[in-house]
Design a protein around this ligand. Sequence first.
Ligand code: AMP
Length: 225
Amino acid sequence: MSFKSLGLSDALLRAISKKGYTTPSPIQAKAIPLVLERKDVLASAQTGTGKTAGFTLPMLHLLSQEQPLRRRPIRALILTPTRELAAQIYANVKEYSAFLDIRSTVIFGGVNAKPQIATLRNGVDILVATPGRLLDLQSQGALSLAKVEILVLDEADRMLDMGFLRDIKRVIDLVPKRRQNLLFSATFSKDIKKLAQSILNNPVSVEATPENTTCLLYTSPSPRD
Ligand code: AMP
């Protein structure tokens, strides 16, 4: 299995090889073709499985298929619970889009909003955000979610644990009804299933690891391997 066989563009393959990845992780091998087919995806995946590239790479592929619009409305929104995760996802988006004409930025609370507002004003294709700051800047008129085509809920279980359910619902009311949804969660509680049901449209479920295993992908090989 190679990244090329998953159908990703040459510009993305260059960025992937610059990162030093040679083989897609299991979650990437399963999720990337589905996202490229514009399916809604419900993914069970923890940090360490390569999930970020699993949604970011096909998202970049889809967005870069079309000529960028002059005013660069936000076309993809990645919601994630913490500023650390937001910063990490954004760093990945930047690296993977190195050879593409795609603009992205990240916003989170606890820091001055002014530089974030200034960047948003210039137009971005992809926005990585924590829910609170996103709604804050939206209510100030600093951004619009009216043109979002792809919505990613990353670490959805943690977002619910942190009390973001109401915020997520408010965000859903701000994005177009017709859109592609990707929901990633390490666990599947009743609440997550309910959320998934209310947001996703005919989703395909994928899992990072087979059931009953706790091993993650990027542990170092044991001497016997
Ligand atoms: P994530 O689960 O998205 O937080 O990714 C975990 C780590 O795996 C990150 O350091 C990624 O850069 C790395 N990674 C993601 N995909 C691959 C891959 N296909 N091959 C090697 N490393 C990868």
